[in-house]
Design a protein around this ligand. Structure first.
Ligand code: UGA
Length: 433
């Protein structure tokens, strides 16, 4: 076979990063999306998402001729060797994943391919979706060609997506035929990473099981943190003590304002729904979801008790992104807090090193936007911290005391040392300490 022609459809986090990384490995890659504006930008080497190192690789591979972008899916699909589906699976009614885009793309593939082709589902989809994709394609297939369908879930995390792709802990490939397995293994060969080859349904489940486990881990730490507060222990110290046990693992032990983002909130609800559909109650996941919902507004509630009113108060908000390293606001715990504070008449001054533009799209003139921490906290009555950005971590506690009208801080990320805050005469509330 000549140079393998790879198509990636959907240029969100999953699709775009996969496309760029396959191109970097020397494949001939075309990324397809329905969003004309996005495709125009990407064709010009401008990344549509904020990801370290991505734009550089994007530009480099466009220049090399390895990477193309188009809205014309017909031309792209017709002579493809492999088509990766990386379109969104948004949360639908009852928390079920909405498979509308996956179905649309599957049918478009069926109508246009002119040679044998492997279709790989990269989007996070409920168990059984690969079977459905195969059915959609078989139903609508126009030409006499063979199509294989495989599952290849994505484990990258936002903020270091490129690194996560090249240094992935494992590649999961779920196939129901040796032909598909062989081809997918071949595609991933240049990455030189461990490959775990399983059935399609197991592959689909692995993705949910991983994300739900991590969400559980966070909710567990938040649960323990809340108890720590009541019994006078410090969750940061507790987490450090726990982290030495390899069976527990040192990562994802950070208690805080709750998990957000485009994955955990959606995937926990989707798995809960999948269980329900099968007459099973996933009690662990159910609890993780409930704890997370409460955790997001824990500090707000504390502040309500302490301050009585927010009417006309200047409220500083430091960090709005759902985590560091991204400008993404999807399901960010900051949002529900901003909404509640606005309802109660607060005058909000927000700071975030990268997510301000996205915040403006959501709140327009309803809140104030600042370009630095000083501006946000100056003369403020209270300050909330929602993302653990370096800029905030490095900001000296004494400056809060100097600049704020009342030095009261609610820190959802346990950034500061409690003793240091006390020494600086700052009224400091954090999580589980
Ligand atoms: C997550 C997974 O980590 C990836 O492996 C997965 O591929 C991805 O979802 C996906 O399904 O696409 P991501 O949502 O980018 O990645 O971000 P995480 O770093 O996992 O953080 C999720 C949320 O948990 C953030 O709000 C973060 O602040 C919070 N978190 C994380 C904690 O509150 N405590 C921790 O100890 C770790």
């Amino acid at each position: 076979m000549g140079k393998m022609k790879i198509i990636v459809t959907g240029t969100g986090y999953v699709g775009l990063v996969a496309g760029v990384c396959f191109a970097e490995k020397g494949y001939d890659v075309t990324c397809v999306d329905v969003d004309e504006e996005k495709i125009e930008k990407l064709s010009n080497g401008i990344s549509t998402i904020y990801e370290e190192g991505l734009e550089e690789l994007l530009k480099k591979n466009i220049k090399k001729g390895n990477l193309h972008f188009t809205i014309n899916y017909k031309d792209a699909y017709k002579d493809a060797d492999v088509i990766f589906i990386g379109v969104g699976t948004p949360e639908g009614k009852d928390g079920a994943a909405n498979l509308f885009y996956v179905e649309t793309v599957s049918r478009q593939i069926a109508e246009t391919i002119e040679k044998d082709c492997l279709v790989v589902v990269k989007s996070t989809v409920p168990v059984g979706t690969n079977d459905k994709v195969e059915t959609f394609i078989k139903e609508d297939l126009v030409n006499n060609v063979k199509v294989e369908v495989a599952s290849n879930p994505e484990f990258l995390s936002q903020g270091h997506a490129v690194r996560d792709t090249f240094e992935a802990k494992r590649i999961i490939i779920g196939t129901n035929s040796q032909k598909a397995e062989k081809l997918l293994k071949e595609i991933y060969e240049p990455f030189n990473l461990p490959i775990v080859s399983v059935s399609r349904r197991s592959a689909e489940m692995i993705k949910y099981a991983c994300n739900n486990f991590l969400a559980l881990k966070i909710s567990y730490m938040n649960d323990i943190a809340n108890l720590c507060e009541l019994v006078g222990a410090d969750i940061n110290e507790v987490a450090t003590g726990m982290s030495y046990d390899n069976r527990i693992g040192a990562d994802f032990l950070r208690a805080g304002i709750g998990y957000g983002g485009s994955c955990f909130p959606k995937d926990t609800k989707a798995l809960k729904y999948l269980a329900k559909q099968n007459d099973y109650t996933l009690r662990t996941v159910q609890s993780a979801i409930e704890i997370n919902e409460e955790q997001k507004i824990k500090l707000y509630k504390k502040a309500c008790e302490r301050l009585n009113t927010f009417e006309g108060s200047k409220v500083a908000i430091l960090g709005v992104a759902f985590k560091v390293g991204t400008d993404d606001l999807r399901e960010a715990p900051s949002l529900i807090n901003i909404d509640l504070l606005l309802e109660r008449g607060a005058n909000i001054y927000a700071y975030d090193p990268v997510a301000i533009e996205n915040l403006k799209k959501r709140y327009s003139t309803r809140i104030h936007y600042t370009t630095n921490i000083e501006e946000a906290i100056k003369d403020s009555n209270v300050c909330f911290i929602f993302t653990e950005w370096e800029q905030i971590k490095e900001f000296k506690p004494r400056k809060y005391k100097e600049l704020m009208k009342m030095p009261i801080i609610y820190d959802g990320r346990n950034i500061y040392d409690t003793k240091e805050m006390k020494e600086n005469k700052i009224e400091y509330y954090s999580i589980g300490r």
